[in-house]
Design a binder for this molecule. Structure first.
Ligand code: DUC
Ligand code: ZN
Ligand code: ZN
Ligand code: ZN
Length: 484
């Protein structure tokens, strides 16, 4: 059975041209003019682009006394409905739990996925078992990205010595270090102080995590990564302080990438001043939403290339779950949704406003991610031999985002009421038409795990610092006798 996408304009990270795309066995087998196939998808007036890749999701994750509400079933359906054809989720060991043990849990959950997926591994504690299992995770399980939480003290946070040890191990294995960059010690202090002063509402969540805690941690992670000689990926870059550190590192030749979220690009901290407790609590995530100046910085980063990708950190909790934190903001489960809205929101606020070209849109939602995470051109490409993970994007199609019509399992949407223009006409996951003229026809269990090789070339190219300072003992002419 072949499928042909006809009459569309192909948009990749570097080219825009008119051609048909022929698909067989889940892959693109031909790109050209006047192609014929058994199933015909009409892309007149549409762009044919690599499907979105969301590099940062938390599906059915145990966190803050509960589980995030979208699982691999509802989460990947939500993804496909918005033109995203792959997610990279975090396998998260609880402190003391082995990496392989946690991975088994994620293997079990992900059998329900409707689109392809991969995993990052979280390093939430340090010890010989973690050191040893990292090798198996990289070499046998195809996972080359490891996240470190610099916040969530007493739960997931790792200290600098643990982070440095883990980064060194990753440098040996050809992995990429990832960080959730917030100074967890300062956050804990500020949280205690705010609560003691009776500041217990959701707005205090933002007061407890100012941009400085993120800027400090980002700088620290960059320096530790440079000393270890490992590339660094900074998740959810939300502010100028963090962006500035990333910009500077890039300029110095370091392999450092920053990942703004669609939420931080389009929603600001005024959400926390809303008089309705639920409204504000539903928007509690870490890092919190920032003001307009920080948003401008993030957009400028995407435009100039100092920030590389756009993600969601999709970690959806229902209103009932958010209410665990009534009377104590530090107990509000941290997280917001965005999987099905990232592509239309970024198109509307990025492409339709002229901030990003359609090619840049493809780069930051798909191709750059596939390249950094070492799965290009299987993913993130419209090329012969690539997986047919594609979105046929109708730039004239519009809707108003509302929780009532969403696929995600939660009861609200942080983008409620936003008008978006630019939506999928068709979404294909390895050739299967999962969205057909807006109708969801995905299949549970269709999604497959995508293994990723280590990134050896990037590790070697990190920075010159290590070579310049390789420690060598000085040859001396005289050494005094040991003192008494
Ligand atoms: N931030 C969130 O808001 N949720 C999940 C984890 C995180 O770092
Ligand atoms: Zn995080
Ligand atoms: Zn996250
Ligand atoms: Zn299939």
């Amino acid at each position: 059975m072949t499928t042909v996408i006809k009459n569309g304009t192909i948009v990749t990270a570097d080219l825009t041209y008119k051609a048909d795309v022929l698909i067989e066995g889940g892959q693109i087998i031909e790109i050209g003019q006047g192609l014929k196939g058994d199933e015909v998808l009409d892309a007149t007036g549409c762009y044919v682009m690599p499907g979105g890749i969301d590099p940062h999701t938390h599906l059915e994750m145990p966190f803050m006394g509960t589980y995030s509400s979208d699982d691999f079933d509802s989460g990947t359906r939500a993804a496909l409905s918005g033109g995203t054809t792959m997610v990279v989720d975090f396998a998260l060991p609880s402190p003391g739990q082995g990496l392989l043990d946690a991975l088994q849990m994620w293997d079990n959950k992900s059998t329900r996925a409707h689109c392809d997926y991969s995993f990052h591994m979280a390093v939430t504690w340090w010890g010989e078992q973690v050191f040893n299992e990292m090798e198996t995770v990289v070499k046998e399980r195809g996972i080359n990205t490891f996240k470190h939480f610099m916040a969530y003290k007493g739960a997931l946070m790792v200290n600098d010595d643990e982070m440095y040890a883990s980064f060194n191990r990753l440098a040996e294995l050809g992995g990429i270090a990832m960080v959730h960059a917030e100074n967890g010690d300062v956050v804990a202090e500020l949280t205690a102080k705010l609560l003691a002063a009776g500041n217990n509402g959701p707005e205090a969540h933002a007061y407890s995590r100012p941009p400085q805690v993120e800027g400090e941690a980002t700088n620290r992670a960059i320096m530790i990564a440079d000393m270890a000689g490992v590339p660094l990926y900074v998740v959810h870059t939300s502010c100028e302080e963090s962006h500035e550190a990333i910009r500077r590192a890039k300029q110095a030749g370091k392999r450092v990438w920053g990942e703004p979220l669609i939420q931080h690009l389009t929603l600001d901290d005024s959400e926390y001043s809303h008089p309705d407790w639920d409204h504000a609590a539903r928007r509690v995530m870490s890092p919190p939403f920032r003001n307009k100046q920080h948003q401008d910085s993030l957009w400028a980063g995407l435009q100039s290339g100092s920030l590389s990708v756009v993600a969601t950190d999709h970690c959806a909790f229902t209103t009932d779950q958010k209410r665990y934190g009534v009377g104590d903001f530090s107990k509000i489960p941290n997280g917001t949704g965005g999987l099905e809205d990232r592509m239309p929101m970024l198109w509307t606020y990025g492409v339709n406003t002229g901030r990003l070209t359609p090619n840049e849109f493809v780069a930051v939602t798909s191709t750059n991610i596939a390249k950094i995470m070492n799965m290009y051109p299987k993913k993130g490409a419209v090329l012969v031999g690539a997986d047919a993970d594609l979105v046929v994007w109708d730039p004239e199609k519009s809707k108003t985002i509302t929780a009532g019509n969403q696929v995600s399992a939660i009861d609200y949407n942080v983008f409620e009421g936003k008008e978006v223009k630019g939506l999928p006409r068709f979404t294909l996951t390895r050739g299967h038409v999962a969205v057909h003229d807006g109708e969801l026809r995905s299949q549970e269990g269709h999604g497959k795990f995508v293994a990723r090789e280590p990134n050896s070339s990037v590790s070697r190219a990190l920075s010159t610092w290590k070579e310049l300072t390789s420690p060598r003992p000085v040859q001396r002419t005289g050494i005094p006798a040991t003192g008494v």
